[in-house]
Design a protein around this ligand. Structure first.
Ligand code: URA
Length: 210
């Protein structure tokens, strides 16, 4: 696997992912597990965020400590399933800003078309973490990263729960410098663009719309 793909193989992540894959997992438990998983994944994804030294007064003396500037982080959700990642990640970085990108697939060209784009100001000072549970064809992910690059953020990472080899190839082909964090790389896409073995339609399972 490419060195820019980070497989988060912590046993707790793998355990929860397996529970989410079960077709009889309820909407309630699917959503709860996704929240827990995204909190766990956030630890790994934020491993290299910059630290600043600050003075801190303990009950005994003054010393220096290190803090992150959470406000410099932007979690960008690819609608709608990306929203399922937000609350869990915010447990780890509660000060992060949130952006949203909405894309749909044009039925004629099959290319992603943007219908919504809302980001915080001063993106050139921020580090972006794009979230979408499923990296399937990779077309939406590549289009989202392309659009974000216009705002010249300091860095961009992509985080998903499951990736298909096809999606990794598409995203890395278009944006080789963007690291991909995933809990699993599955076998392949089916003819409808679903990941196999996968977990079905992540949006439907998060929001109970099936
Ligand atoms: N989106 C999903 O929700 N599931 C897939 O398997 C592929 C894309």
């Amino acid at each position: 696997m490419s060195s820019n793909v980070h497989l988060i193989d912590h046993p707790m992540v793998q355990h929860k992912l397996t529970l989410m894959r079960r077709k009889d997992a309820s909407t309630n438990s699917f959503r709860r597990l996704l929240g827990e998983l995204s909190t766990l994944m956030a630890y790994e994804v934020t491993r290299d965020v910059p630290l600043q030294e600050v003075e801190v007064e303990t009950p005994l003396e003054v010393t220096t400590g290190k803090v992150i500037d959470g406000k410099k982080l932007v979690l960008v959700s690819i609608l709608r399933a990306g929203n399922g990642f937000l609350d869990g990640m915010l447990e780890v970085v509660p000060g992060a800003r949130i952006g949203h990108i909405g894309l749909y697939r044009d039925p004629q060209t099959l290319q992603p078309v943007e219908y919504y784009f809302k980001m915080p100001s001063e993106m050139h000072e921020r580090d972006v973490i794009v979230v979408d549970p499923m990296l399937a064809t990779g077309n939406s992910a590549a289009a989202a990263v392309e659009r974000l690059k216009q705002l010249k953020p300091r860095s961009i990472k992509f985080v998903c729960l499951l990736a298909a080899p096809e999606g990794i190839a598409t995203l890395q082909g278009a944006h080789p410098e963007v690291p991909i964090y995933t809990a699993a790389v599955d076998r392949e896409l089916d003819s409808h663009g679903y990941i196999l073995p996968g977990l079905g339609d992540a949006g439907d399972r998060i929001f109970g719309t099936k």
